[in-house]
Design a protein around this ligand. Sequence first.
Ligand SMILES: NC(=O)c1ccc[n+]([C@@H]2O[C@H](COP(=O)([O-])OP(=O)(O)OC[C@H]3O[C@@H](n4cnc5c(N)ncnc54)[C@H](OP(=O)(O)O)[C@@H]3O)[C@@H](O)[C@H]2O)c1
Length: 286
Amino acid sequence: MDKLLDGKKLANELNLKLKQELLLLEKKTTIQPKLATILVGEDPASKIYVNIKHKTCTEVGIDSKMVSLRKDISIAELHKEIEKLNADKSVHGILLQLPLPNHLKDYTNQFLQEIETKKDVDGFNYINRGKLFDYDEELAPCTPKGIITLLERNNIEIKGKDITIINRSNLVGKPLIFMFLKRNATISVCHTSTKDINRYIKQADILIIAVGHPNFITKEKIKEGVVIIDVGTNRVNGKICGDVDFEGVFDICGKITPVPGGVGPMTVASLLQNTMSAYKTQLGIN
Ligand SMILES: NC(=O)c1ccc[n+]([C@@H]2O[C@H](COP(=O)([O-])OP(=O)(O)OC[C@H]3O[C@@H](n4cnc5c(N)ncnc54)[C@H](OP(=O)(O)O)[C@@H]3O)[C@@H](O)[C@H]2O)c1
């Protein structure tokens, strides 16, 4: 089973280490790190994600404040909630759970930009995005950060490798471009307008797939020994699966993340790491 890139196991290790660090810090300060998560409405998937984040924070010793807002909250009201959290000195990290309800969707970026840069633990603020351009990953977006950590902690060589990323979203693909460039990889980024996408899939030493289509990657498409990071999260017949035909590719690939238990837990662990980093910066702790 050592083909498996076990995100759950690594995330548990990272979270435990964080917990131990926080226990040591309790001797130096009575101020606990605090993450505020804003959830607008009742989207069932978002509720599950927010609850997982809340539970993991609490287990580790990060204070988790859940700000649950009505589905029909106005634009002005949501602005005000973000302002309040920005001004609250006891809050070190702010996360706005996406997607927002339809009437707010067009303003998503505006809301994200309002979160104070130093509290922007999702890394979506223009300053934090710009830092990535400069290879500064202090508050890098959580899913890409989790992917890089998973590769590095499993000693997977990135330098000089051909990496194909099928996704160009702000959440996954775009940040990864800079993070892989920093590590001297050669990157191809594919999307719905890519001509002959199979060529890029076949050439990949490391394949990052995040399209949200089950069985998008099958064994005929991949190169033997490829490392596959399956970011996709799909629900089929009530079960969660990724974008890869896991059983089909297993014998051919070099390494692969399971879904669930791969990128998901690493995303949450990275959120906690970012919250810790934001907390330390705000308290001037090295
Ligand atoms: N496990 C986690 O922690 C985690 C975190 C984030 C996201 N996810 C999952 O990752 C997936 C993507 O999320 P997202 O927010 O990045 O979604 P998104 O914004 O919809 O992006 C999807 C990307 O896939 C590309 N794509 C879709 N169909 C394609 C096709 N047939 N051929 C080539 N490219 C195609 C799109 O291309 P265009 O740009 O041309 O439209 C786009 O770049 C979802 O399943 C999501 O649930 C998981």
